[in-house]
Design a protein around this ligand. Structure first.
Ligand code: FCB
Length: 452
């Protein structure tokens, strides 16, 4: 029986995001966010639900910390709701909002769990949206002020900061595809948004360092492992473009390489940038490429790409593969390849898997047991992939499962359950699934046997 063992200081954790779990959408002085506005607009969310209550974590945070402790978690990645802190986006500070996160951080530290705080996981104050949102440079300036307010209060205790979660989703999914708030469908706006997201990251990093001595600071990007469907030149070209759109458009500027030239040329010739990169100002390249301590990697699936109509990349549905309920192919080797690529092509000093997980809707039986063997298998196979990458020298310091508990899955509402803990939304009772109990043992043993 072969065993896989991780380094002693490997950080095992779980992740969540404010809007997906907190609820209390208008409590104690919180301002409206673009997700409040979006979910309150009929037709935007598949099951018509909202995050108004979600997992009621705002009121149940102590119970949730006890739950994390019982699962042996060493780290917890959560996000901070900007409009809870600055209801109008900038200016007036809502102390009750800061108090909430301050208590949460104290509770985590008391429980021996390291807090990993993300400043932005998509709940932009609606006021800033009304002033132009991410397509406007104003939002990036406001973000640096928000980073300052939060880190002044929490910077003595939070020692791991992530500026933003998934710039691709903030810009393209929300402004070009329109599936997420604010629901625009405008390529140029999406490209402008992407730039201001990257700029806001660059401005926030030195602020966090100043207010949080000794802290490590990074950003979280989401990646798809892109592969061409065939060996044809056309599919290879389509895969290059997909990788540029999804991965390199963010990765390259963050690592000081500026926007990839092939993609700039594609966007200009495609008419997506009628005024070129006119939103880029002197010094932005250096700002976006600010030195960071780590990269957060979110990985769920691979993308097999062929050339579609109009020479655009088109995803291929690979037949006969196992998929999660999101429809995403289960492909752990993609995580192995991705981590290697990041290490060898970008020489990133430290990496964390900040999200990885799967949606399956298994619920509790009469005894309260949740037999989610498919999730357990998913995690086990991805842990093995990560371990293999580490043996190649990839400096991976930790892994955060998405998610600690079932929660509001954005445009899918409550239809998708990603948690290792089941949430009964009627009673708000939490039920650790089999995968959580298995994970607890993995953490205790710092590894597992391949026959588990
Ligand atoms: C990621 C998000 C996270 C969750 C997972 C399933 O893109 O960061 O909030 O929705 O997908």
């Amino acid at each position: 029986m072969s065993a896989i063992t991780f380094p002693d200081d490997f950080l095992w954790g779980a992740a969540t995001a404010s809007y997906q779990i907190e609820g209390a959408w208008d409590a104690d002085g919180k301002g409206e966010s673009i997700w409040d506005r979006f979910t309150h607009t009929p037709g935007k969310i598949q099951d018509g639900s909202t995050g108004d209550v979600a997992c009621d974590h705002y009121n149940r945070w102590q119970e949730d910390i006890a739950l994390m402790k019982s699962l042996n978690l060493r780290a917890y990645r959560f996000s901070i709701s900007w409009p809870r802190i600055l209801p109008a986006g900038r200016g007036q500070i809502n102390q009750a909002g800061l108090d909430f996160y301050s208590r949460l951080v104290d509770g985590l530290l008391e429980a021996g769990i390291q807090p990993f705080a993300t400043l932005y996981h998509w709940d932009l104050p609606q006021t800033l949206q009304d002033e132009g949102g991410w397509p406007s440079r104003n939002t990036a300036e406001a973000f640096a002020e928000y980073a300052d307010v939060v880190s002044r209060r929490l910077g003595d205790r939070v020692k791991n900061w992530m500026t933003l979660n998934e710039p691709w989703c903030i810009s393209f999914l929300s402004h070009q595809i329109g599936e997420h708030a604010p629901g625009w469908q405008d390529w140029t706006a999406a490209l402008r948004a992407a730039h201001h997201v990257l700029l806001s990251h660059g401005w926030a990093v030195p602020v966090l360092r100043r207010n949080s001595p000794g802290a490590e600071v990074g950003i979280v990007l989401n990646f798809e492992h892109v592969q061409p469907a065939t060996s044809s030149a056309a599919d290879f070209h389509a895969a290059r473009r997909q990788d540029g759109y999804f991965n390199r458009w963010f990765l390259d500027p963050v690592y000081g390489r500026y926007y990839p030239a092939d993609m700039v040329a594609d966007y200009i010739s495609g008419g997506y940038l009628p005024h070129g990169l006119d939103f880029v100002q002197e010094g932005d390249r250096r700002t976006m490429g600010v030195q960071t301590d780590f990269l957060g990697v979110n990985y769920y699936t691979r993308d097999v790409i062929r050339q579609g109509p109009d020479n655009m990349p088109q995803p291929v549905d690979v037949p006969d593969v196992e998929r999660t309920e999101m429809g995403w192919e289960i492909y752990p080797q993609g995580l192995y390849h991705l981590l290697n690529r990041l290490h060898f092509e970008y020489q990133i000093p430290k990496l964390y898997v900040t999200e990885n997980g799967c949606s399956f809707s298994d619920g509790p039986d009469a005894s309260g047991r949740v037999a989610d063997q498919r999730r357990l298998n998913y995690l086990r196979d991805h842990f093995a992939a990560v371990h293999r990458a580490m043996q190649n020298g990839v400096p991976l310091a930790g892994y955060f499962v998405w998610s600690l508990m079932d929660n509001f899955e954005w445009a899918k509402g409550y239809l998708q359950r990603f948690g290792i803990v089941y949430v009964d939304y009627e009673t708000q009772q939490r039920y650790p699934k089999d995968s959580a109990l298995w994970y607890k043992d993995v953490i205790a043993n710092n590894g597992f046997s391949l026959h588990d």
